[in-house]
Design a protein around this ligand. Sequence first.
Ligand code: SAH
Length: 359
Amino acid sequence: MTPFCGLTLEELKNWMGSQGEKPFRAVQAFDWVYKKGIRSFDEMSNMSKELKDLLSQAFIFPSIEKIRELHSEDGETIKFLWELSDHKRVESVLILSRDRRTVCISCQVGCPARCAFCASGKEGLLRNLSVGEIVEQVLHIDRYLAAKGERVCHLVFMGMGEPMENYDAVVKAIQIFNAPEAFHISQRRITVSTVGVVEGIRKLADEELKVNLVLSLHAPNQHIRKKIIPYARRYELQEILDAMEEYSCKTHRDITYEYTLIAGINDGIEHAKELAALLQGKQCTVNLIPYNPIPNLNLSRPSKERIETFRAILEEANITTTWRYTKGKDIAAACGQLALQKTEEAVAIFSQDVVGSSK
Ligand code: SAH
């Protein structure tokens, strides 16, 4: 059965038509689910008993269940751990800043990219999430916020999974996030992060959507990139950068490059200089992320001083940088870590974030 939240309004209108119902019933149903926050079809009080029965026979709602909610000590992040109908687990993070309510969503269980520093890919890809499973992560968090008179306003596909490898579901979920009858979140407030799948970047550039696109770059050259990102073997770095430029030209969106700094691997002065040369003249921002330690990985994060030196070299070359320093105790904060832990072992040891930006 399809999750209800996997349907666009158009699809639900068609389904209503196939049941001999008027299309406006679809708008009403969307209103109940996305605006009024009902928890079952039974609560749709302006629908007939027959229609409610038909809906519950045709669609699953809800299709994911919250099994854990972890609050950081500083109150700035809340992690949600979800269980799917096949008992697999994924997570989302709600990031609370002064004027923003951002949700970081997962699009796959596990990840095919298997980056050396990331917990999500440790077990490879287990399966794609359905559109409904992607949409519901935001729906449940939106309800959580609605109880406090707030709404989700920004979305980032930076949780578990590689969005370009679950392309159709991600694009359809974005359409639902964007739809005025559902979440009405503007495309400029939606960000997709990719490990660099060239066909996907090109395809996204030709969609009607104009979402922000982020490339997980993590290295100043193909040689180092291949060492930490197995997917890098599929595409030449220059080909990926060209596809990103093309995306930016077609959509008029600025490009952001993510760069996870790992001690002794990609954090040296020579790497910063090489990165500055690689990105010279490009209209872009580099988001520096200190590696967030993951148990059993023999990697470490650079010191703050080393990050500052790295950053200063980019700044001198007129490259805009942002950075976020999460302290080492914040063990469950990196992508995918929580879903890999057994529930009873999951610990909420978050600590203060220090956020900096050169903007
Ligand atoms: N597959 C997509 C999106 C998921 S990862 C992509 O590769 O972009 C989103 C971001 O999480 C990546 O850019 C990566 O830098 C970051 N990340 C994952 N594990 C991390 C870790 N242990 N420390 C710091 N950043 C990490």
